[in-house]
Design a protein around this ligand. Sequence first.
Ligand code: C5P
Length: 219
Amino acid sequence: MEVAAVVPAAGSGERLGAGRPKALVEVAGVAMVTRAVDGLLGSGVVDEVIVVAPPEHLEEMAKAVPTAGRVVPGGHDRVASVALGLAEVPGADVVLVHDAARCLCPAGVVSAVVAAVRAGHAAVVPAIPVADTVRRAVDGGRVELVDRTGLLAVQTPQGFDVDVLRRAHAAAGDHRATDDAGLVEAIGGEVVTVPGDPRAFKITTPLDLAMAEALVRAL
Ligand code: C5P
């Protein structure tokens, strides 16, 4: 069974304010995309990695990920970028989709996701319980309480039976889910979870970056 991973890294990373694609921003001296790719390959359960890069930064990205199988240009949003990566792995049976921004994800999460897909689950997401009390903004500054019971925060890598993910992307049309599991659900597919890990958090803001650097130094 061939396991391929697609790393969507074609975003601009405006919220990080680094003035360059987020995936190329360094965490303690190593670019996020480099850490993400090495983490996937280092898990020992991933055969090849395709990085989807901003079209104007292909060369720079390729230099940052010498171990990746290929670096291909991305699309206008995340869904389009993942679809372009998916087109590059015709021989895969299992596909992982992993955000470069979750570059400190431990190997155990990667292997748990792959094991669950191999066990027959077509769509698998790592998830952790939501620790905060959650409220929904309604109108005029009012909020309403959301029952926290059973609420989970979903991470990546997300793992899929390749045929199911291809069908989900083919059917996506204008439907813009924030993750690939959402596209599978939209075609009636079932999504299961495996335990995620706080270290798989997504680096979005300068504070996240500072926390990631502290984490690397502490480990
Ligand atoms: O912006 P956000 O952090 O939610 O993006 C999630 C992931 O999708 C990032 O890794 C980003 O690089 C990627 N992305 C992409 N192509 C786009 C937009 C975002 O690969 N056009």
